[in-house]
Ligand binder design. Structure first.
Ligand code: PHB
Length: 388
């Protein structure tokens, strides 16, 4: 028997139908709200492609129900986010949401998911609020909190004997929250974050920041940048001659999916992330081959997060027999599932955020090779999360 939630029943009554839509075999509509243009475009493309790969591997169905995808380019623009979410929910009538990359844009998705009880799967954006004070039974993350990779990096750096470090990033939630993670990680090993330097998103005029670094009295510099901005920062840092004196490290996005254009400037940079090249498990090998066959590109963390968002939705819908509106049952099933991720199997915390290894990686010959574990089975603190 399919248990229908209040939302599904209201929808059915309003439409004047005798039977619920799912019983008539209507496709489940999933809105993919991602950046397909701008500095994060390549990230959005890999998330979408891997989500589609997961769906394809399931014969185009989740929970026995055909799935139809609706793509929308959010341009990583927070100002356009509420209207974009309304288009997916109002005009396109989607049953579930997958999005997005940018921590500012994701807040409109989180708000809608909370208010309308539509399940949301966050395949990247690390805004801590989504799984801390604004956590919700309808919000699930397949990625990370901004705090997690940066905490791992700070911890690994302190373990190497660094005592003072600085953090550089864009001035928005992801930059601020990763700085806090880095600070906490350093602190756990008796080291100190002495300075945070920022510039507005998505600007790439790094020269005023680079000029300040020699005067900070630090032994190392950590950074949060991603996509096009990360390519430019790593090149500019090397060109400024800073690498020898102030080794550069960061949340792994700094070198993720961008090693080719960064070239020699990235060689030897150590970063921390919940994914790395050469992770030796069957799920990773299978996934990388399938992703390459589908896209002609190498998989990266963004692809993994898109694939795992699909795996999580599939696990939830298998339990609710395709009913996306039964969010409580969906969530219980997802939390009870060990997600067989290419990053290594993980489960969700009570606030619906992955508990996962943060790997220490080093960029070498075009790969982010895993060289150790920066933080094992790391959970975000989930501070302030009260599930309704
Ligand atoms: C974010 O805005 O949360 C964000 C964006 C790009 C990344 C990671 C985090 O690679």
């Amino acid at each position: 028997m399919i248990q229908l939630s209040r939302r599904a029943l209201l929808g059915t009554a309003a439409a004047g139908l005798a039977c619920p839509a799912i019983a008539q075999g209507a496709a489940l509509k999933v809105g993919l709200m991602l950046p397909f243009s701008g500095t994060f475009a390549a990230l959005g493309e890999n998330i979408a492609a891997a989500f589609e790969l997961c769906l394809k591997e399931n014969g185009g169905k989740f929970g026995g129900r055909a799935v139809e995808l609706v793509r929308l380019d959010d341009e990583s623009d927070p100002a356009k986010a509420p209207a974009n979410v309304n288009r997916l929910l109002g005009r396109d009538n989607v049953d579930a949401l997958v999005g997005t990359v940018h921590s500012g844009v994701v807040m409109a998705l989180v708000q809608a998911a909370r208010e309308k009880e539509v399940p949301l799967f966050i395949p990247n954006a690390g805004n801590v609020a989504a799984t801390r004070d604004l956590c919700s039974p309808s919000v699930f993350r397949s990625s990370f909190s901004n705090w997690q990779p940066a905490y791992g990096m700070g911890k690994a750096l302190a373990a190497k004997g660094v005592k003072k470090a600085a953090w550089v990033s864009w001035e928005y939630a992801a930059g601020k929250e990763s700085a806090e993670g880095f600070r906490d990680g350093l602190k756990s090993g008796g080291a100190e974050l002495v300075q945070v330097l920022t510039l507005p998103f998505p600007e790439t005029n790094f020269q005023p920041i680079l000029a300040q670094i020699p005067g900070l009295g630090v032994e190392a510099v950590g950074a949060f940048f991603a996509g096009g901005g990360a390519i430019q920062f790593v090149k500019d840092y090397a060109a400024a001659g800073l690498r020898e004196k102030f080794p550069l490290c960061g949340s792994g996005f700094l070198t993720e999916g961008v090693l080719k254009p960064q070239g020699a400037a990235a060689e030897g940079i150590q970063t921390a992330l919940h994914y790395g090249d050469g992770i030796d498990n069957a799920a990773n090998q299978r996934f990388r081959a399938a992703f390459r066959a589908m896209t002609n590109r190498d998989a990266d963390v963004y692809a993994v997060q898109g694939y795992d968002a699909g795996q999580m939705l599939a696990a939830g819908l298998a339990a609710t027999k395709g009913d996306a509106s039964a969010v409580k049952a969906l969530g219980a099933a997802i939390r009870a599932t060990k997600i067989d991720s290419p990053r290594g199997a993980f489960t969700l915390s009570a606030s619906n955020n992955p508990i996962q290894n943060i790997w220490l990686r080093e960029a070498k010959d075009g790969q982010n090779r895993v060289i150790g574990v920066a933080a094992e089975a790391l959970a975000d603190p989930g501070t302030g999360c009260k599930m309704a």
